[in-house]
Design a protein around this ligand. Sequence first.
Ligand code: F6P
Length: 475
Amino acid sequence: MSSTHGAEVLVASNRGPVSYETGEDGSLRAKRGGGGLVSGLSAIGPETNAVWVCAALGDGDRAAVRRAEGGLLPEADTGGQRVRMLDIDPEVFAAAYNGIANSVLWFVHHMLYQTPLEPVFDAEFRRQWAAYEAYNRAFAKALAEEAGEGAAVLIQDYHLALAPRMLRRLRPDLRIGHFSHTPWAPAEYFRLLPDDIAAELLTGILGADRAAFLTRRWADAFTECCHAVLGPGIPAGTRIGVHGLGADADFLRERSHRPDVAERMAALRAEIGEGRRTIVRVDRTELSKNIVRGLLAYRQLLDEHPEWREKVVHVAFAYPSRQDLAVYREYTAEVQRVAEEINSAYGTPGWIPVVLHVKDDFARSLAAYRLADVALVNPIRDGMNLVAKEVPVVSDEGCALVLSREAGAHEEMGEDALTVNPYDITGTAETLHTALTMPAEERAERSKRLAAAGTALPPARWFLDQLHALDDQSS
Ligand code: F6P
């Protein structure tokens, strides 16, 4: 197979670094995203020929791909990055992304099923699985076309579990890494999947030279699944690695002191009221984030420690995610319902107990981080959770971190955080009380150590370490 652009380094992910919106006049507006991969990839410098392969997610993206005639997107749109976006048939894409990636693989790795009635692996599931295979094949083909001889290819996440093996078959010369940003399910849970599907997922990833995870716990779970499904000697030829992803301290400190953040701090202060303590949480509204139990714990705090009434505000930002899925829409509605219930039961003329915002606003998130006395991060299960790492860096006075033991971040931050079992509402309520009453000096000291731990592995290092590890046979 011939190479179109002879790239030396390739990244593949479902969501790319840019998305497009179509204006009323039909014009396309590019919107650049952030995140670990974007800053990681920029660390390799312009002298390296790098290409990012991603999927078109909506109509705007598809129009942009047509305009690029199947080639690279204009660099003016991507901030200089070379991006090839794949216009995969919308039905195939929807079945692969919503059907398999988000409704099956995400549920398995985050252990979200209500097992008396789900999952159901029937003919419809098999149809969606065929689409997932086609979607992965489209990526493997594009990567094979773009990669120069012996290039390094870093394939991201559960959307692309089959692509490493498919690519290996097309291009045996390439060095291939796969990285999982999610937790990995324990073997007994992973084996809810039909045996052939479980095996296909594992052997798909094992097509890579190296499979990497955010924590040792997720890496070990993957190895256990390989033993349980494929046999004791597996993985044989694939190295297993761990690369924790941390927050970007320089970026956060600079960005959180810009005027738009100051403006939002003023608005938030007005909503919170003078002299009150804050319990802050910021999440995409994922089923795994456990926002509802966080609200229930806050309600219990107000019941059992009435001294906090009118003295504390729960600032909860729950931003939209995967709204094509009914279960996500229902979860968002439940978050709103419980927040309203608390406000009408406990609120007083000058005090709103829960300040909830559901419209994404990064500057407002940073404003909330700066005002945080307590950060609440209580996911059911989470690959890492960067919010846990970001709030201690940004909070003006230092914050106490209430952290789920099921978040990957707990491996690095557990010592100075206050640990909770995410299902235990009584325990979480008591821990919120402990966090709120922590002496200011202790809180500031802990917050400093949390910020240091949370920024020890910035995105650039995370990315470069993986790249170097691909060449190093011992890691
Ligand atoms: O946060 C974990 C993660 O798997 C990221 O790696 C990935 O970008 C995201 O979730 C996928 O979410 P979405 O469906 O919104 O693209």
